[in-house]
Design a protein around this ligand. Structure first.
Ligand code: ADE
Length: 227
C-alpha cells in the first residue's frame, strides 16, 4: 500500500509513523507512507497556500491551486488513487468497518485541513471520501490522519506478528474485546478469574464471548443494532 499525506504542518506527523507497528510495516515494505508539505505547491514565493473567506468571516481557507496541483502531480507520479480522503469533523465517523474497507486499498491520498478548512470545490470535485475521527474539533487534520493510518495499516497482512490478533480486536464482529489479564494471578488480593487459569480452551472461549457481549451491552449497546 502507498499512502501520501498532504499537510501544512508535516512536522506533526514526524513521530507517529516512526515507532512500533507502523515503523515495522514500513521497514517490511508493506506500506510506504510519504508526508508532503503543501507549501511545496504554494501559489507564490511567500509560501502562500491560503486566503480570506468569500463572504467574510474569521479564519483562513486553503486555496484550490496548491491542493489540486499537488493532487495532479502526485497522481502523475504514483497513478490514480483508490481514494482521496479529506479529514474533517463533518466527515463520515471513522469506524472499524471503514478501516477494514480502506485496508483493501492500494493507493490513498490523505488531505489534512488547517485553519478554517479547504475550499469547498476541492471537496466536491477531487475528494472521494471525507472522514471524521469524532464529534469534536481538533486544530488540524494531522492527528486524525495519524489515527486513520494506524487503524488501516495494522490490518494489512503480515503487519501484526500474531496474525489473528487484529481479528480479536474490539469492534471486529461488532463486539468489544473481553477483559484481559497477565501475571501475577493475584495482585494485592485482586485475582484473575479462575476459568482463565484452568487451561480449558472451550470454557475460556465461552467466558470471553459472554464477557465481550456483556461489555458491549454495557458500553456500546448500539453496536448490536446493525449486526
Ligand atoms: N479536523 C479537525 N477536527 C477533526 C476531526 N474531529 N476529525 C477529522 N478531522 C478533523
Amino acid at each position: 500500500m502507498h499512502i501520501d499525506i498532504l499537510s501544512v504542518v508535516p512536522e506533526l506527523l514526524e513521530s507517529p509513523f516512526q515507532h512500533s507497528i507502523i515503523k515495522r510495516a514500513q521497514a517490511k515494505n508493506i506500506v510506504n507512507i510519504v508526508v508532503h508539505n503543501l507549501r511545496k505547491w504554494a501559489i507564490n514565493q511567500h509560501g502562500q497556500i491560503d486566503d480570506y473567506q468569500y463572504g467574510g468571516g474569521a479564519g483562513m481557507v486553503i486555496r484550490c491551486e496548491p491542493l489540486v496541483n499537488a493532487i495532479e502531480e502526485l497522481t502523475k507520479m504514483h497513478g490514480e488513487y483508490d481514494d482521496i480522503i479529506y479529514l474533517t469533523p463533518d466527515g463520515l465517523p471513522l469506524s472499524q468497518p471503514i478501516a477494514n474497507q480502506l485496508s483493501l486499498s492500494k493507493k490513498l491520498l490523505l488531505i489534512c485541513g488547517h485553519y478554517k478548512g479547504i475550499d469547498e470545490r476541492v471537496r466536491t470535485q477531487w475528494v472521494t471520501k471525507e472522514i471524521s475521527i469524532g464529534d469534536y474539533v481538533l486544530s488540524g487534520g494531522e492527528l486524525p490522519a495519524a489515527v486513520l493510518v494506524d487503524s488501516i495499516v495494522r490490518l494489512l497482512p503480515k503487519v501484526l506478528q500474531d496474525e489473528t490478533s487484529a481479528l480479536t480486536d474490539s469492534f471486529q464482529d461488532n463486539l468489544l474485546a473481553p477483559p484481559i489479564y497477565t501475571r501475577p494471578a493475584n495482585f494485592r488480593g485482586y485475582t484473575v478469574p479462575d476459568i482463565l487459569l484452568n487451561g480449558n480452551e472451550k470454557d475460556i472461549a465461552e467466558w470471553r464471548l459472554t464477557n465481550s457481549e456483556k461489555r458491549t451491552n454495557d458500553r456500546r449497546p448500539h453496536l448490536n443494532d446493525n449486526s
